[in-house]
Design a protein around this ligand. Sequence first.
Ligand code: ZN
Length: 436
Amino acid sequence: MKRTIIEVILALALLGAGAFGWTNWKQNQSATNQVTELKAASEEATKAAAEKAASVKAAEEEMTALRAEMAPLESQAQQLAAVKAAMANGATLADLEAAYKSQKKLSAERQVGLGAVRMLTKGAEDPAAMEAFRKALEMSELGDRKNTICAAQIGLAAAGEKVTIMADCLPKGAKPGAAKGEKAEPGAHEEKSDDKHDHGKSDSHGKPDDKKAPEKHAVHWSYDGDMGPERWGKEFPTCAKGKSQSPLDIRGPFVKTRTVVTTDYKEGPLKMLNNGHTIQVNVPAGSKLRIDGVAYDLLQFHFHRPSEEKIDGKPMAMVVHFVHKNAEGKLAVLGVLLKEGNENPGIKTLWANMPMEEGPEVAPEGVSFNPANLLPREFDFYSYEGSLTTPPCTEGVRFFILKSTVNVAKEQVAAFPFKRNARPTQELNGREITTN
Ligand SMILES: [Zn+2]
């Protein structure tokens, strides 16, 4: 019995020990699992961190590479090559053409832009690029289009066209080719404001030693001497090669036309300038000429002495050219001949405010003017297709020369600051002169 009791106790003790051991092992096991899990998690985190670091590093490397690629191109040639490469797939040209497709007529500036992009895309001798530059050149005749003229001339030259580039167009330091000894003037491309303070001393042509003083600004042409009408064609080929040039010596036979021309000129604030070639009045928007109902805006009018047009070989004392442009860019000039006689009250107002020296536009305070004051009552005309009578002698200009003249006093003619600013008459070359 005693032995049995001992055995039971022993058995119980053993069981207890076993149970303890089990529990202990169990606990150990779960702790190990936890550690393993934690370890795994931490490994994962480490791995993720490493990946992140790697990708950051990769990004940094990429940036460095990009930066290296974006390093400034050293030479202009490299820059140009880069621009060409960027244009090579034609996407830019296609975009530009699509954007301009809806437009009936592109401005000279847009023609230049299109030409430049074409040239960069298709190569220097792309005929369409040259065409665009030519169009731009033809359109750039009025007002201050020098930059556009330069761009188009340089574009054509780059395309291999034999075109003389105006001295003013050449970049700093470049030597003008045909423009005999005239220095490319620094900053000539910039706006005219630079020129403005030089107008006072517009006779300072001969000061070649003073680098800072720009030469008398950009005289590309004149009415006599080295730059006279016979030489205009050198820089402005149309002046020499054109077959429909103005002015004309108007003589019969005439072809009858039913074209109807009316004016609707309005009074507005007077703005005028002496541009070195003539006295020009810039007309605010609103004054119109109508040719068979088609409206042409009056842009400006200016004077020539003597009249550029002759009738049966005879010039008049002066002529006023009213320059108009329609929505499609077509130009029309209405010419009113001034005959020596009584004082002209309209001209009296103009001359009283006229700048005697070349310079920017002036707008005398409180003075208004109606261009209609310079028109005769009768509107019978001679008409022909002609050109601008000043460089670049662009053709496609419709001329209407009124048969009725208006008076101008001898003293008024004498007070006009240009003694002679008339281009000689040009060949008719088979053109018709019509009359209504
Ligand atoms: Zn004119």
